[in-house]
Design a protein around this ligand. Structure first.
Ligand code: NAP
Length: 376
């Protein structure tokens, strides 16, 4: 008990020291980089105070500036961010909550242990969902979540990529085991190819020399072909399962759609050859909401385990994938971008004053790439 008390007291003391140190440094660095509010301890942000539809989004000039709590953290001045479906569906307990996962911006301040970044560096990152988001003037992130922004992109372009790119990277590379050395000639199917994740996934698969079949609406077929898709299937004209069955079987399927696709898509894989189906649409968050954390995790584990086993006996691999925040993976992605192998796909850009309009757009669905917000 004594030990616990000491820990808590130390943590409080450390937080206080960090806070005041951060305020001083922040003011100095703010002056150096020339923001609009050099003496401020508050900043503009779009926040929510309760769950709900678009009307719960609130603009405030008085969100407390983020501070460095741990020595590995970095404060970024946000130049641009984007809206992802997760922002529209976000659920959390701490209010006011700032939404927004992506950031492209400039480092303002670094914790004592940060080695790879310094104030003034242009960086990009995707912030995990349990942290305050990027629809604000400044955001604090861990140094290991940050990467130097691709030199060939503007902040607006760069902000369109981190969250969807890291999600696709997690599914394709970390869970699916695909990489630049083992993809040549592999047959890849992407379900939901025209949105944020899909448009990135097509490009990375083509960069690694795979054969890509993209499933999307007819009006998106020009876009996905331009990004490199070899075959395009319109899921709205006729039975998509039948259309796909007439093609050769696949080595890898990335499912960005979920729902009933799972009942037929695994039959499109080559059997007993290591072929893998990875879905990004999982019941994980639903289970947590419905059953609470412990039972939700248990239910999720049981569902995932039984599906994996069932498909394993049928000669194919079944997996779930999740977004992973990682500066290291973003370094790899930045390299592909600067080599010209990945282009940002931006459908629409909104100014910071029009965040609710941007949310409405994402809420309506039918994305063709990304919706970006210019913060400055
Ligand atoms: N597991 C995770 O950590 C994680 C992380 C990121 C995203 N996700 C999930 O992954 C999914 C994709 O994310 P995103 O950011 O790419 O979403 P998005 O930008 O909204 O794109 C979804 C795309 O799918 C298309 N679509 C809808 N129904 C389709 C169907 N039956 N067949 C083919 N295409 C269809 C939509 O266009 P049309 O409706 O016009 O066809 C749209 O272009 C979302 O469900 C998201 O929640 C999960």
């Amino acid at each position: 008990m004594e030990f616990l008390k000491t820990c808590v007291l130390r943590r409080k003391a450390w937080t206080t020291v960090c806070f005041w140190r951060s305020q001083v440094i922040q003011k100095l660095s703010v002056r150096k980089i020339g923001t609009t509010s050099p003496r401020s301890t508050v900043m503009p942000a779009w926040v929510i105070d309760k769950y709900g539809k678009n009307e719960v989004l609130r603009f405030t000039q008085n969100m407390r500036m983020p501070i460095i709590h741990y020595p590995n953290e970095v404060i970024i001045k946000v130049h641009a961010t984007s809206v992802n479906p997760i922002d529209v569906n976000m659920r959390r307990e701490e209010f006011p909550l700032t939404l927004g996962r992506d950031v492209s911006g400039v480092v303002m301040e670094c914790g004592l242990d940060v080695r790879y970044f310094k104030p003034g560096d242009e960086v990009w990152a995707a912030v995990p969902p349990w942290k305050q988001g990027t629809l604000s003037e400044f955001v604090v992130v861990s140094g290991n979540e940050v990467s130097h922004k691709p030199k060939s992109l503007t902040h607006t372009q760069a902000a369109s990529l981190p969250y969807v790119a890291l999600t696709a990277w997690s599914a394709i590379n970390k869970v699916g085991g695909l990489n630049e050395k083992n993809c040549t000639g592999k047959r890849v199917l992407i379900l939901g190819a025209s949105g944020g994740v899909g448009t990135f996934a097509i490009q990375v698969m083509k960069a690694w020399d795979a054969h890509v079949t993209a499933v999307c609406s007819q009006d998106a077929s020009g876009l996905v072909k331009k990004l490199g898709a070899d075959d395009v299937i319109d899921y709205k004209s006729g039975n998509v399962e039948e259309q796909l069955k007439s093609l050769k079987p696949f080595d890898f399927i990335l499912d960005n759609v979920g729902g009933s696709t799972e009942t037929w898509a695994l039959n499109l894989l080559k059997k007993w050859s290591g072929a893998t189906y990875v879905t990004l649409v999982t019941p994980f968050l639903l289970n947590m909401d419905r059953l609470g954390v412990a039972d939700g995790m248990l239910q999720t584990g049981v569902t995932m385990g039984s599906k994996t086993l069932k498909h394993f006996w049928q000669g194919v691999h079944y997996r779930w994938a999740f977004f992973m925040a990682s500066g290291l993976y973003l370094d790899d992605i930045a390299k592909l971008v600067d080599e010209g192998k990945i282009q940002p796909v931006i459908e629409k850009t909104f100014p910071f004053s029009e965040v609710p309009e941007a949310f409405l757009k994402v809420e309506r669905g039918h994305a063709r790439g990304k919706t970006v917000i210019n913060v400055i």
